[in-house]
Ligand binder design. Sequence first.
Ligand SMILES: Cc1cc2nc3c(=O)[nH]c(=O)nc-3n(C[C@H](O)[C@H](O)[C@H](O)COP(=O)(O)OP(=O)(O)OC[C@H]3O[C@@H](n4cnc5c(N)ncnc54)[C@H](O)[C@@H]3O)c2cc1C
Length: 453
Amino acid sequence: MSEVFVIGGGLSGAEAAYRAAELGVAVTLYEMRPDKMTEAHKTGLLGELVCSNSLRSDSPDSAHGLIKQELEAADSLIMEAARATAVPAGGCLAVDRNLFSEFITAKIKAHPNIRLVYGEVASLSSFDTGAAVVLATGPLTSLTLAEELQHILGGQSLYFYDAISPIIDADSIDYDKAFFASRYGKGGGDDYLNCPMNAEEYDLFYNSLINADKVTVRNFEDEKVFEGCMPIEVMAGRGKDTLRFGPLKPVGLIDPRNDIKPYAVIQLRAENVEKTSYNLVGCQTRLKYAEQFSVFRCVPGLENAEFLRYGSIHRNTYIDSPRHLNKDLTLKSMPHVYIAGQITGVEGYLESTAMGLLAGIYAARKLRGLDEVLPSRFTACGSLVGHITGATADNSSNIQASNAQTSKFQPSNINFGLLPPLSVPIRDKAKKRQAVVARALADWKRFIAESYR
Ligand SMILES: Cc1cc2nc3c(=O)[nH]c(=O)nc-3n(C[C@H](O)[C@H](O)[C@H](O)COP(=O)(O)OP(=O)(O)OC[C@H]3O[C@@H](n4cnc5c(N)ncnc54)[C@H](O)[C@@H]3O)c2cc1C
């Protein structure tokens, strides 16, 4: 084998193609636009931003700031384009979207190791199993290819919609009000954290929920498909008690502080083994972010909740990655196929870019017969891989495969909840984040030095 084939010239595909080419291998990059457009793209340019022109916070001590620093330390094409086409946006990095995509397109077209081919790739079977293929077709993967992928993976392994509940920083929960317990004492005693409400507190929460503003449904997002993952506000609209007989039912739970069964309960489930973040079970929502902030802060125990990510429900094609991906992003059933970008189950422009960067590095190193090198879970990129492959950190911080995948896999953006806690805890939040960032960057620089050798 002598060539990397990258399918999809979005953020992750452009990054993967450029990185593999920079590492000295020949690359063919396929992009179906402008011949065949997705529901959201507007141009035939590579690396088009489909919605906001913001790449989020540029503060070095934020989670998005960290992933930017990692990408820049790896000479990312997407970050180079972003810096070259930045527009003023306060503490965020925002870009002129046309200049941004034109920059990426020009760099790809000018690269001597890259051949750009316009046209849809309808099947993975057209590639020899001896080749290295990077699938980076994104959340709006063409239907023909998505159907083939579903067939390859089998069963319920490709999701087309994303229903996400908010995720809260564990340190921001009031543990004097919330209590650990599983319904009827089944499972582990600390599997769920429960925020109990009396009738008056439930009234307050309910009223603020049904009066809150929702995000408008985009015209290609059919309301009917959301029946299977109904937003909490839609369920609440069906009657005042619907939630109390649904996701907020108090059955099998007794508040140990007063030995009373609560009137309603919001249950929180840990997002990671270290229990640094919790998702609000059954609270998938289309409420605007500011509304989620105030609605869920009405819940006793969550008055000071810090949202690591807000809930959302939208069109999104992604793989049940914990079941199907190896830690080097290859498909277990087709080890010559690397999966990159949002379709892996990461969420966001830079997160998708990061998975493209890693896939490009891995594919190029494999072609060159070099050893596999993986980033540690202490890095932002490594923690995203940890999330999508269901891997946990061992003491040496390497990515370890884990079978502990019990509930439906949900995509994630980068947030500090994905990064393992410090071995020596720091109470001051700003100092804690600085220490987590410093640890990540030290590991990431080692990874890049080794990978680019
Ligand atoms: C409507 C929408 C809005 C979003 N808004 C934001 C946002 O504001 N901020 C944010 O951070 N994230 C947002 N995202 C999420 C995500 O970050 C972006 O979708 C991001 O572009 C994903 O990068 P990617 O490389 O995985 O996919 P894409 O950038 O979509 O790239 C995939 C490429 O593959 C091509 N392609 C698809 N199928 C084929 C095929 N069979 N053959 C050849 N080419 C193919 C597509 O044309 C496209 O160019 C949004 C997603 C959607 C769907």
